[in-house]
Design a protein around this ligand. Sequence first.
Ligand code: FES
Ligand code: FE
Length: 438
Amino acid sequence: MDELLGKVADSLEEGTVPARIFNDPQVHRLEMERIFTRCWVFVGHVSEIASPGDYMLRYIGQDEFIVTRDENNEIHVLFNRCAHRGSPICRVEKGNATHFRCPYHAWIYKNNGEWNGAPLRARAYRKLDPKEWGLQAAPLVDTVHGLIFACLDPEGPTLREYLGDMAWYLDVIFGLSPEGMSVIGEPQRWQVPTNWKMGADNFVGDSYHVASLHRSIEEVGAFPDIDVTGGNGPGKHVSFPQGHGLLLNSGYLPEPWDKGGFPPEVSATFDLDRLTPLQREFVAEHAVTHLLIFPNLAFLRVPAVTAPGEMPAVFTLLRQWQPLESDQVVNWNWMLRWNSAPEEFNETGYIGGLSQHGPSGILEQDDGLAWSGAPDVGRSAFARKREVKFNYQLGFDGMSDYSVDTEYPYPGTATTTMLGELPQLTMYRRWLKEMVRA
Ligand code: FES
Ligand code: FE
């Protein structure tokens, strides 16, 4: 493993990444131990557990947790395995309960994770200390604009520290309306044969694939004027040393709303006084269309049409790649609504968004197929013999007109164009930093 990680370090210097890291059981195991138990990982939205007693099953790496809201409105992220013999306790995706009872020997836990009893307790467990036998809980849990994150490392940074300057952009994206956003219905879940890093690699800043992989969406009239510049349009990458990254496209407040912005009846519900002067200046000029919070949470806000010929509607979604194996993920997809916006806007966005990005979404099919290749190469005996590496040299060292934009006045490292792969290289550097840290 040390040898492989050393090769990754050398590769990144020359703008390549060894294919093997996209499908290797040992790499995967180490990722679970060094990435997913140290990073802040998204586990859901507060609107999904709005009332005391609400709970839902969620995953950090390969581990299953019950995310609960207790009677004091506090959120807990509890390991869904019994302290007695490890039996799964909660067997349904979501619900409302004050207590959970293990099906095996019927130990009982409160929805804040505390041990609360067992059959024949007075005779069977006279000396048991309830404080020691509650459910294991994520030591750090916090929210930002309704997004719930958990960190399994008690020594970890605060959520704000972990997000770094990405927090400034989250304030801009989610802070527009004091009423905030909520999840529409259930998150969609489906399995895709890829490695979780392929999704992150794409959402952190891959604007280059849109004109080729997603061309058909324009050909069938489902998305007029798709960016055919292959990322050579007026956008920018913005990346952060923590491995997070985002894509900027043209302005969205108040015009041109059909290019990624909001119609006037929606932007009228926003309160820009909530933002700093610099943030207000930013929203007048730029829109964040894609972003990645390392390791595996993405955000997307783009226009979609509900039918050919219709005006596009802006939709917002959250996406997560839950790692199952080194070549399998569960895609999680949360469609969001602005609580202050007219219902018709939210509904049209929901339909249009799912038609693009959902289990049967037209763009989703494109991406899913393309992303299945990297783990094939990672596993291949032939490719391992050849030590195949993937190319991340777009914009690398004078390869294109792509450099750091030193005039960019907002947080993060911005680039002059989108014709490069700085965010991906930054993300793999972050990945490597955690992987080599014992
Ligand atoms: Fe849960 Fe025994 S395994 S009570
Ligand atoms: Fe795509």
